[in-house]
Design a protein around this ligand. Structure first.
Ligand SMILES: Cc1cc2nc3c(=O)[nH]c(=O)nc-3n(C[C@H](O)[C@H](O)[C@H](O)COP(=O)(O)OP(=O)(O)OC[C@H]3O[C@@H](n4cnc5c(N)ncnc54)[C@H](O)[C@@H]3O)c2cc1C
Length: 280
């Protein structure tokens, strides 16, 4: 098989090289596995790791901007990530294993768009924005519309993700949970994240929750979020929120990772933990 490989050094060159038939490679931890298993036939790889615009974790006027090529190790070690999003820090802590975290990037994670991808639920509760570039210019897409299905995104063939922006969430509480089949390295069978704005002021509190693997893309239970926001919470509210969520989700019965019953139990436990964390 003839495989063409190039590694542009500037964003301008990268955008000129990106077109239909091109496979961008960041850490390669999904792409190379898909090539080896013949899930993807690849003839042209463009390595994006050398591009400065895809690097860096910085505070900007719009929020915390994370370069698409930042690895999960970088997220784990960043004091800015720890301060802005304990949930993102927790998800980076448990993602894959030491070696994978050193290679795997945040951009690759969202572009691969697997239903249980580690960062999806966290970016969803943060209402993150995805900065996307092509020779036609730069556009911002809300994360919730970026992922369009299993292994599908809104990216056009000539587009590259530059960075992911977490808007400011001052005075907030966030956490991340997952279940896996084995201790150690395994993909999440189910995952969930919560971000609560103004957690100590019940009348102003805004609750955001997102769950992975219960729908093709990270799922925000909007009716349950509305029910749990702007009021003191009781166990009965959690029962009601759980019922609303269970009515909306459609976890696959044939999943090899976790049964629908296990995923529902995980959601129940997650809501109980949320209630505990918000207790006066
Ligand atoms: C052993 C092992 C364990 C794993 N464990 C986990 C786990 O626990 N949790 C988890 O979520 N995942 C896990 N994964 C999957 C994988 O590591 C992650 O999805 C990772 O974040 C992918 O990032 P990458 O940089 O390696 O992406 P790549 O493989 O380089 O790219 C993935 C896809 O995204 C595209 N892409 C990458 N960057 C961009 C960009 N900036 N713009 C446009 N398109 C882009 C590529 O073209 C490709 O289609 C695991 C994989 C392996 C092999």
């Amino acid at each position: 098989m003839n495989l063409e490989y190039c590694k542009p050094q500037t964003l301008e060159d990268l955008l000129a090289e990106t077109r239909a038939g091109t496979h961008l490679m960041a850490g390669g931890t999904d792409l190379l596995v898909d090539m080896r298993s013949r899930k993807k036939t690849v003839q042209r790889i463009v390595d994006i790791k050398a591009i400065p615009e895809l690097r860096g974790i910085r505070e900007t006027k719009s929020g915390l901007e994370i370069g698409a090529c930042e690895t999960f190790t970088a997220l784990r070690e960043s004091p800015l990530v720890a301060a802005w999003s304990p949930a993102l820090r927790e998800c980076a802590d448990v993602m894959g294993c030491h070696e994978i975290r050193h290679r795997a990037t945040l951009g690759g994670n969202i572009c691969n768009s697997s239903p249980g991808c580690e960062s999806g639920v966290v970016l969803s509760v943060h209402e993150a924005q995805v900065r996307i570039a092509s020779t036609r210019g730069v556009r911002l897409v809300p994360f919730d519309t970026f992922a369009t299905g299993v292994n599908r995104t809104c990216l056009e063939p000539d587009e590259v993700v530059l960075s992911i922006i977490l808007p400011k969430a001052a005075d907030s509480l966030s956490f991340y949970r997952r279940i896996t089949r084995t201790a150690g390295m395994d993909l999440a069978c189910w995952n969930g994240a919560a971000l609560v704005l103004q957690p100590r002021i019940p009348a102003k509190r805004v609750v955001r929750i997102s769950f992975g693997t219960v729908m093709p893309t990270p799922y925000r239970p909007r009716a349950a979020e509305a029910l749990l926001s702007r009021r003191p919470l009781t166990p009965a509210d959690m029962d009601q929120a759980y019922d609303l969520i269970i009515r909306e989700i459609a976890p696959r019965a044939g999943s090899v990772r976790a049964s629908p019953a296990e995923k529902k139990r995980a959601i129940r436990n997650f809501l109980d933990e949320l209630l505990e964390r918000l207790a006066p």
